[in-house]
Design a protein around this ligand. Structure first.
Ligand SMILES: Cc1cc2nc3c(=O)[nH]c(=O)nc-3n(C[C@H](O)[C@H](O)[C@H](O)COP(=O)(O)O)c2cc1C
Length: 229
């Protein structure tokens, strides 16, 4: 028998389903005690042999302002991006269509036409503004770890975002925040072998931001799951 009541289980489902990527934030910091609380919850995430490989660097205030300005400067002056990890390979039709549907939902909400390449580029560049979030968490792990351990960091990140959701904090995971890892290492005085996987911008949702009208769907149940026996 579950140790949780049906109401508590329903609440869990509600937290999972109400987390979504938010791309427009209010200019309001998350209070220190709430910030610590969500990270305190997230650190109970599982990891292989309990290695707890996540190393998280949270930029707020003037640190956030300076990193944001520098990322925006680099992307607008076309400084080549240099990620610590190899990008994904070229995906087949099934995954390409899912990626397009996600982009379409966002561009529709922002009233950006698919054919309008400059508008699409501008929408992409907003990533580097942190969508105006007051905080950015750069999610790192040591360079000795590979994909197996990156999975642990993914579990940590979802726990973190759910803890944020439950506490009224909106978030957006951003692969784009892995693009200038040297800036993260320099800012947080990290050793060269600490690598950046991605970032999570977070804060309070600006419900008037059009990008926040976007909603994603999920593939049909049978597409992703197989049950045998
Ligand atoms: C690891 C990871 C990286 C992501 N990178 C970006 C990104 O760079 N920019 C962005 O706008 N959204 C990014 N997203 C958000 C996804 O587009 C989003 O999670 C997906 O479309 C599902 O929508 P939902 O989060 O609203 O449920 C990322 C999500 C994850 C998990």
């Amino acid at each position: 028998m579950s140790e949780f009541s049906p109401e508590e289980v329903a609440l869990f489902e509600q937290v999972v389903k109400s987390r979504r990527s938010v791309r427009g934030f209010l200019d309001r910091r998350v209070p220190e005690e709430v910030l610590r609380k969500v990270f305190e919850i997230a650190r109970w995430s599982p990891s292989g042999t309990n290695v707890q490989p996540w190393h998280v660097c949270v930029a707020s205030g003037s640190v956030r302002d300076e990193m944001r300005a520098e990322m925006m400067r680099r992307i607008s002056s076309k400084v080549p991006i240099q990620t610590d990890h190899a990008p994904d390979g070229k995906v087949g039709d099934l995954y390409r269509e899912r990626k397009r549907a996600c982009a379409r939902a966002l561009y529709n909400a922002m009233d950006v036409a698919w054919e309008d390449k400059p508008a699409r580029a501008a929408a992409y560049e907003k990533n580097y503004t942190l969508f105006d979030a007051p905080h950015a968490a750069f999610i790192c792990m040591h360079g000795v770890f590979g994909t197996q351990t990156a999975a642990d960091v993914g579990m940590f990140s979802q726990t973190l975002m759910l803890a944020m959701t439950a506490n009224g904090i909106a978030s957006c995971a951003q692969g784009t925040l892995r693009n200038y890892p040297d800036l993260v290492r320099e800012t947080f005085a990290l050793p060269e072998d600490m690598k950046v996987l991605y970032g999570i911008s977070f804060g309070y949702e600006d419900t008037s931001a059009v990008a926040n009208m976007a909603r994603t769907e999920r593939a049909a149940f049978e597409e992703n799951f197989q049950f045998l026996g």
